[in-house]
Design a protein around this ligand. Structure first.
Ligand code: GBH
Length: 434
């Protein structure tokens, strides 16, 4: 493996790993259903026909998983709170136990309040869902706030809007294309209201986990540049501008809900840090008149852009290109665009899917991305943390159990956990940083 040691990050830099409730907890019969349970039950939605009813059974095996975190030596663990579970008998009891276990192990709990598993009966097309989310947030903060200091409101509202409501690849399965944009606005509003609820509960370390990546135009032809700029607005600026600048980007005329001025003030509630989930850049060009199969998705022909292959790059098991310097480019670009409006940045997810226990490909992916992150730091971006996606192999949404993102292998027949080569490698990286 890499012979050069990874450069030293500043003291206090937060090293962690991430998971989400629906992808690992299981114990679906011990909570109310989410839109993901309903979606999964429809034939053909999840590739291998699997469900998350048991998943990693983390709900019953969390002690073993916290021991794996402690053995890894991470500072922090990012997990999500299942909204339907909070409003089921038992309520927050599980998270109460989990947080205690983490604190006892010396691992900082970093809960995300929504990671896509909306309770059945709610819909992000309804504005009212934003108020309900604020209420959910207040309930969680009241119960865990004495031990939890760091909070994440939403996970990737961009992907949830795109995959769940525009393209129908994720729950709840809407294929609304641009009519899905109110879902983006309502999540952003929910975020702002949740920040206020967390502040009211005394929280002083609040962020979001937004999905971002550089958009690379297919060529310098005007039509390709225009299509790429539009894609960049949708993936990056639509979700960062309102938070950091208090306004929506231009170029979405007629697509967003009408009068949003008062909401934008709520949405732009100042953050203590800004979380970025980074996986890969996207190559984008003018529409080509055909449906496109891409990265497990079907993109309809009527979109005003097309997604192209990034050539000459290794790809993960999922087909995503491996482009570590895309992370440096993304962060220095953010720093330039948002300047002093950009709070300190935390990488809330970064990782890749590969099979096997001797996962040298994952080691080289993570190694490259941590170095790229250090490059961003050197270039002047205030980066404060890095979380690997994911601790465990888990339910990878529409891909079922076929994609393995874990540092720890899970045998889904026996639920046995086995640390991979990447687990031992990351443990040594962390040790060398102390
Ligand atoms: C995250 O979503 C989720 O938060 C998490 O739950 C999930 O398990 C994890 O990532 C892994 O999927 O242009 O072909 O290179 C990530 C959403 C959408 C990010 C597709 C990467 C680019 C694919 N991803 N995207 S490609």
């Amino acid at each position: 493996m890499a012979t050069n040691p990874i450069p030293q990050f500043p003291a206090g830099f937060l090293w962690g790993v991430s998971t989400s409730a629906h992808q690992i907890e299981g114990a679906a019969d011990e909570r109310a259903p989410s839109v993901w349970d309903a979606f999964t039950a429809e034939p053909g939605r999840v590739k291998d026909g699997s469900t998350a009813a048991v998943a990693c059974d983390h709900f019953h095996r969390y002690r073993e998983d916290v021991a794996l975190l402690a053995g890894l030596g991470v500072d922090a663990y990012r997990f999500s709170v299942s909204w339907p579970r909070v409003h089921s008998p038992g309520g927050l009891d599980f998270y109460d136990r989990l947080v205690d276990e983490l604190c006892a192990a010396g691992v900082r709990p970093v809960p995300t309040l929504f990671h896509w598993d909306l309770p059945v009966g709610l819909d992000w097309l309804d504005r009212d869902t934003a108020d309900r989310f604020a209420h959910h947030t207040a309930t969680v903060a009241e119960r865990l706030g004495d031990r939890v200091g760091t909070w994440i409101t939403l996970n990737e509202p961009a992907e949830h809007t795109l995959l769940g409501h525009a393209l129908g690849a994720h729950a709840p399965g809407g294929r609304l294309l641009f009519d899905a944009l109110p879902v983006a606005h309502h999540q952003l509003l929910a975020h702002g209201l949740a920040v206020r609820a967390l502040r009211a509960a005394g929280a002083t370390d609040v962020g979001i986990a937004n999905s971002h990546g550089p958009t690379w135009p297919a060529s310098h032809a005007a039509a390709d540049l225009e299509a790429a700029a539009f894609y960049d607005i949708l993936l990056n600026r639509l979700f960062a501008d309102p938070l950091l600048l208090g306004r929506y980007p231009e170029g979405l005329d007629g697509l967003m809900p009408g009068d949003v001025e008062a909401d934008l003030e709520i949405i732009a509630e100042p953050l203590d840090w800004y979380g970025v989930n980074y996986y890969a850049p996207t190559r984008v060009g003018a529409p080509q008149g055909d449906e496109i199969e891409f990265g497990g998705l079907t993109l309809p022909a009527e979109l005003p852009f097309s997604v192209r292959e990034i050539e000459d790059r290794p790809v993960t098991d999922f087909g995503w290109p491996v482009v570590p310097e895309g992370l440096t480019e993304l962060l220095t670009g953010f720093r330039e665009r948002y300047d002093d409006r950009l709070p300190p940045v935390v990488i809330t997810e970064n990782g890749c899917s590969y099979p096997g226990l001797d996962d040298q490909d994952r080691i080289s992916y993570l190694d490259g991305h941590i170095r790229a992150l250090h490059d961003a730091l050197t270039a002047g971006v205030d980066v404060r943390g890095y979380f690997v996606w994911s601790l465990l192999d888990n339910f990878e949404w529409a891909e079922g159990y076929a994609r393995r993102f874990g540092l720890v292998h899970v045998d889904f027949a026996t639920l046995e956990r086995t640390p991979k080569a990447s687990y031992a490698w990351f443990r040594e990286v962390l040790r060398a940083q102390r």
